[in-house]
Design a protein. Structure first.
Length: 254
């Protein structure tokens, strides 16, 4: 006999699928009858959906840095650590934290709907169903995402405007940049791929003296991905060399 919580999850699963199909069909109808075709260069109002771990979030920053010029960029994330890191980026317009279900974040959802985003990017590896279908619920004009090989995604991928093939041999930074390349049909030079400097409050406790440079190191990764982990003594040796050469103060983000 099924436990009540299992039955509840099954019902929730099918309700989310039904909502997904409804939102996707609604988007397709809007495109056919209401939206005028635009050149992608006119898409200025962008929304990035970043709903994975802190390490994955850090891997999206070069992509954000590349597209910062002439665009208004908002971000939605579902993690407090992600929120704290992303809001340090000076070129990001707004960062919205959505924790829990949509009903408990109704005011934020309504605010996002009113912004009328032109284009949404779902960064790698964001494939949780509520995060993937969020742009449809927000009535975003165009949506760009990776072509995940998951059963649920295969059922709804017809609703996405731009699907990027995943190169599993590529670095996660390159995977996210491939979204821009595929969507805008552009080439991106390697010298443009970098991390911007961020300004941290001098009173935050990180600084020993004013105008000191800080290098942050995030050594973790989620469970089940131990093969990605660099040995701890390597990180310590790297931090030691940086400080021995007086290049910067090192801070570990855990």
């Amino acid at each position: 006999m099924y436990k009540p919580n299992i039955i509840k999850n099954i019902i929730k699963f099918f309700l989310v699928y039904f909502l997904s199909f409804f939102l996707i069909l609604k988007k397709i109808c809007r495109e056919k009858y209401y939206y005028k075709k635009k050149n992608l260069s006119n898409y200025k109002n962008l929304l990035f959906i970043i709903c994975e771990g802190l390490g994955n979030t850090i891997m999206t920053i070069p992509t954000l840095n590349i597209i910062r010029e002439n665009h208004i960029i908002d971000i939605v994330t579902n993690s407090e650590p992600n929120y704290q890191v992303l809001k340090l980026l000076p070129f990001i317009n707004n960062v919205f934290l959505i924790k829990g279900n949509w009903l408990s974040n109704y005011k934020i959802i309504r605010l996002l709907q009113k912004k009328q985003y032109n284009l949404s990017f779902i960064t790698f590896p964001t494939f949780k169903l509520p995060c993937v279908i969020l742009p449809f619920f927000l009535k975003v004009e165009k949506i760009s995402c990776h072509n995940y090989d998951y059963p649920f995604f295969k059922l709804i991928k017809f609703g996405f405007d731009y699907l990027t093939k995943i190169d599993y041999d590529a670095h996660d930074v390159e995977k996210n940049i491939s979204l821009l390349i595929n969507t805008f049909n552009i080439d991106i030079k390697k010298e443009l791929i970098n991390y911007p400097a961020v300004q941290i409050n001098q009173n935050s406790g990180f600084y020993e003296k004013k105008h000191q440079k800080i290098i942050a190191i995030h050594p973790g990764c989620k469970r089940g991905h131990d093969y990605k982990r660099w040995p701890l003594n390597y990180y310590l040796a790297l931090a030691g060399k940086i400080e021995d050469k007086k290049l910067a103060k090192t801070v570990f983000i855990l």
